[in-house]
Design a protein around this ligand. Sequence first.
Ligand code: C2E
Ligand code: CA
Ligand code: CA
Ligand code: CA
Length: 277
Amino acid sequence: DARHHSLAFALYEIGRDEVHLRKITVTHRLQQAILNGGFELLFQPQYDLRAGRIHSAEALIRWQDPELGRMFPDEFIPLAEQSGDITLITDWVLNEALRQMAAWQADGHDLGVSINLSARDVLQDDFIDGLIARLRHDDIRRDALMFEITESAVMADPEHALRNLQRLYDAGVSLAMDDFGTGFSSLSQLKSMPVHELKIDKSFVLRLDEDRDDQRIVRSTIEMAHHLGLSVIAEGVENRASLALLYDMGCDAIQGYYLSKPKTASELREWLATFDQ
Ligand code: C2E
Ligand code: CA
Ligand code: CA
Ligand code: CA
């Protein structure tokens, strides 16, 4: 009845206000973290199935806030995209990743890094200009640097995004299409995109060992990607059986908890030292 409706509506409004307040608080605390620190970069190793070695690691950001506690990127990255602060965060991630890459190299590990770029980064010309200017420096190993972009980042404004991605591609870094299969683009559209690698989304991989449909999708995705000259990495590999299937399907590389969860830089260095390569 009407009273219940108005009560439901009142609760709905309160809930909406709480969500709104949380967003404002997180956005504000995030700006403090950008100024004062509070981020940490974790690295999740990627294993080259053909070469049989760890060839790279994906940089994944974490944030510990004194008031809010431990924060995960699925909550704060979208808010940073809305506020526009994301490019400052991406800059921090890039600096930190380059610093670690140099440290690994000094340790004798030939390890690349993958960095996530958001839609906002890709569409911001001055950010891309600055990035390309940095990449020109001789001490940066462009060949070991990969940027991961999502289909949705491209779809927001395809012409603009593709122009900037092409510029990055021409600057000599590698590009990967992240979360592949979850967006609206199709494999055929990939042929016009300047990417080197396709990253099969973990939703197709997590239950690969028991789901026949996922097996069909992943198998044909790998096949078509290879026809287009792209290499393929699968994320979300959580068990030995899925790894074996991916190997049989000709997948080029894997990433997932079965191999390793995201690690701090020092954990990764220790792990690499003991890893039987
Ligand atoms: P993503 O780029 O798809 O990253 C993969 C996510 O899957 C990571 O979550 C990773 O920890 C998780 N993952 C890896 N292996 C497995 C597995 O075997 N099983 C399961 N269930 N999950 C696995 P995380 O670190 O929480 O990051 C979530 C998302 O936040 C990322 O998704 C990415 O979109 C975004 N993100 C993280 N760091 C950054 C960053 O530095 N910049 C930007 N723009 N986005 C970031
Ligand atoms: Ca990614
Ligand atoms: Ca992904
Ligand atoms: Ca994702």
